[in-house]
Every structure is written in C-alpha cells, then in structure tokens.
Design a protein around this ligand. Structure first.
Ligand code: NAI
Ligand code: MG
Length: 396
C-alpha cells in the first residue's frame, strides 16, 4: 500500500512554503501520494469550523501530514464582520492547529535547532573565511504538547465547586477575599503518563542521534508538583541510559546560559509553556522563524510544520518571498519519522550547501539589524530558494 501524506496549506504563506517542501520531497524521491485537507480561517468563515471533521478523519486515516500555517488571531475587523452570523450559532473561533494537537493527542513536540554554516543570522560567531569561531548549536527540544498551562483548563470567576476546591488548599489564604470577576485561575496539569512518554522519546532520540546530555528545563524548586513530576520522571528514565548525562536547569537560568554557551545543550525536555518559550529562544539563535522546524507526534498521527505563522504581511505578495527552509526541514523530520533518514540527510545537506554558498538568500537572510521595511536587493523568491535546494541536493 502506497503511503499517503495529508497536505494542509492553511492560511497566508502556508501554501507557498508547503509547495516548495513537496518539490524537495519529490527531488529526494520520497515515495508517497499527497492528499489535500482543509484547515484555517477560510473554513471558519465559510462553515464555522477552522478544523473540519473531514480533515481530522483524513489525518486519522493517513497518519502523516505536512502543515503550513494558520491565522489564529484574526484581525478584529474581520472577526467582527462575521460575529453576528457565527455567534448566533454559538460558534467560537479556536486555533485549529492547537485543536488538532488536542483531538489527535499529538502529545510530543520536537523542535531541532541547528546552526548552518554561513547563515548570517547565526548567533555564534563565524570566521570570515568560513567555519565557526565558536561551537555551533545543535539542540533538540522535546516539548509536551497537550497538557500543562496550555491545556485550557481555566476560569475567570470560577464556579463555586471549583472555588471551594481551591479554598481548601492552605496556600489559598491570601486570595480568599478576592471576589468573582476579580479572580482568574489557569491550571497547569501534568500527568504521569505524558511525563513518561515525553522523557522516553527524548532519551531514545538522544541515544539514536548520539547526544550526550539531556536537560530538564522546568522550575521544580518553585512549581514543585508539576515541574517536580517531570524532573523526577526524567531522572528515573535517564538511569536506563548510562551514557547520557541527565541534569535539571531552571528555565530562567537556561535563558541566561544560552546567551553564553548555547552549544552545551543537547536534548532539552520541557512542559508545554516552557518548551514553547525555550524553543523560540533557541530558534532565534540559529536564524529565526525561517529555520524553525517542528514535529507534533502522537501514538497514531504525526504532523510536521514550520513553527512560524501565516505572516499576513507577506501573504498577499504575488510572488512569495518568505523563507521555505523551516517547512522543508519539517519535511525532512517527516522522513526521519518514517525511517527514511538517508533522504532526510540529503535534504539537510542540500540546505547546508545553499546556505554556505550564500548565492541564494530570501529577504530574512539579508536583513540588517534594526532596519525595517526595506527592499532587500538580491533577495530571491520562495520558489527560487526551493529550486536552489533541489539543485544542491543533486550535487551532494
Ligand atoms: P508569524 O510567524 O506569522 O510572523 C512573524 C514575523 O516573522 C513576521 O514579520 C513574518 O513576516 C516573519 N516570518 C514568518 N515566517 C517567515 C518565513 N518563513 N520567512 C521569512 N519571514 C517569516 O507570526 P505573527 O505575525 O505573530 O502571526 C501571524 C498569524 O499567524 C497570527 O494569526 C498568528 O496567530 C498565527 N500563527 C500561527 C501559527 C501556526 O500556524 N502554527 C504559529 C504562530 C502564529
Ligand atoms: Mg511559539
């Protein structure tokens, strides 16, 4: 049976970066059929659901998907124009990719951050004649993707039974006189099952790819129950991997250390929110949104996506100019996931070659610090970047 990959372009620049990714996957002769699925703002507008059931069904059936981006904070004007019709039906807009992660229980998010030689956006210093002056970054973040502070279990003016449950906690004392609307509670729920699975995946990944260090990025000295559960789990599972050094760094301390020696980190394990934050910080150190790829992994389904959004500013360009590399790297992660590591490496080598040569650069790679709204001479289009990578793959 031929493998099927569900393509979900979504909104804005999603389609343009996905198109180049498919082009590159074809160039390495990845065998599959592509099927399209609807997701995003347009389907909210037309049918009141940004993640239609037919899309979830296709994802469940086909198990593998590449996703572009969606618009999750629609502009107020646009929202207001639609509110009467949709609101009457009791419909509320939600982010369909967050929805997909929850519905399909894509409980692990993997985000590799790699310095490519010659990338002018690299944080680590490079030699002018090529090569690095400081060690390059090669970090992979394992972020819990469905629980924690982003699970959405929260209230403003909590119902009485909820409030009573909190009041029974000895530390609730300082809030006991705060009334109704003046009280908001967002919970941070961790489960042992998900702590086990994120840690297991992270250590297996570290072992397979030769990482020597696994770090837990939480705050267990303050958030004792949840951060504590993840930390304990990591230490327990880490015992089964004697060649890997396991340590725990507070999330705030990591933010400081990574401005000094980001290369010292190998695999990082974090809960949902800290994982989100730390992976953006690392992404910034290796070139920003144009390079930040990710995988959302569940026990059945896996969705691969660039971490950037729909970039409305660039969505209406007749010729797309955004960087497709984040999406193409996500495509390579999909190949890793299905065991086609050789083809995935070919893609990464092709990208490395294009970046090192520096002949083809999308606008983000030409940006000068502090400059805004400038036309960058010599910037290539999304499509030309895709073609340059295809050509480079032919040479490696
Ligand atoms: P964004 O990621 O769309 O854009 C932020 C900045 O980075 C912009 O200046 C954009 O032009 C630039 N940028 C993004 N991708 C790029 C690429 N591939 N190459 C070069 N430059 C790139 O984030 P923003 O503007 O905060 O949000 C826009 C919309 O996207 C919002 O509705 C937001 O909610 C949504 N969003 C969706 C995500 C997803 O689909 N997973 C993730 C993040 C935001
Ligand atoms: Mg983020």
């Amino acid at each position: 049976l031929r493998r099927k990959v569900v393509l979900m372009p979504g909104d804005g620049i999603g389609g343009a970066v996905l198109k180049e990714t498919v082009k590159v996957l074809r160039a390495v002769k990845f065998e599959c059929d592509y099927v399209h699925a609807d997701i995003g703002w347009e389907f909210w507008r037309t049918e009141g659901n940004p993640l239609p059931d037919r899309t979830l069904k296709s994802l469940r059936e086909n198990k593998l998907s590449l996703f572009g981006a969606i618009t999750s904070k629609p502009k107020w004007e646009a929202a207001e124009e639609l509110v009467p019709r949709l609101k009457n039906k009791g419909l509320v807009y939600y982010s369909p990719i967050v929805g997909a992660r929850q519905s399909l229980q894509l409980s692990e998010c993997i985000r590799p951050c790699l310095s490519f030689e010659g990338n002018p956006l690299n944080f680590v210093r490079q030699k002018s004649g090529g090569g690095f002056e400081e060690p390059p970054i090669n970090t992979v973040i394992f972020r819990q993707n469905t629980e924690g502070l982003y699970a959405g279990v929260e209230w403003t003016n909590p119902p009485r039974n909820v409030r009573q449950a909190f009041e029974s906690h000895p530390k609730f004392g300082i809030f006991k006189d705060v009334k109704g609307e003046e009280l908001a509670i967002s919970t941070r729920i961790f489960t042992q099952e998900r702590c086990n699975s994120i840690c297991r995946e992270a250590f297996e990944y570290a072992k397979k790819h030769g990482y020597k260090r696994v770090t837990i990025a939480e705050k267990p000295n303050v958030i004792r129950e949840t951060s504590g559960m993840l930390e304990k789990t990591a230490y327990r599972i880490g015992k089964e991997y004697p060649d890997i050094w396991v340590d725990s760094n507070n999330i705030d301390a990591i933010c400081m250390w990574l401005t000094k020696n980001p290369e010292s980190y190998g695999v990082i394990i974090a809960g949902n929110m800290f994982g989100d934050i730390i992976s953006d910080a690392f992404a910034g150190l290796v070139g920003g949104l144009g390079f930040a790829c990710s995988a959302n992994i569940g026990s059945e389904v896996a969705i691969f996506e660039p971490t950037h959004g729909s970039a409305p500013k660039y969505a209406s360009y007749k010729t797309s100019i955004v960087n497709p590399i984040a999406c193409i790297l996500s495509g390579a992660m999909m190949l890793d996931h299905v065991g086609e590591t050789h083809k995935a490496d070919l893609i990464r080598k092709g990208i490395a070659k294009v970046i090192k040569e520096g002949k083809y650069r999308t606008y983000d790679l030409l940006k000068v610090k502090g400059q805004q709204n400038v036309i960058y001479n010599g910037a290539v289009s999304t499509e030309d970047m895709g073609s340059a990578i295809v050509e480079a793959i032919g040479d490696v």
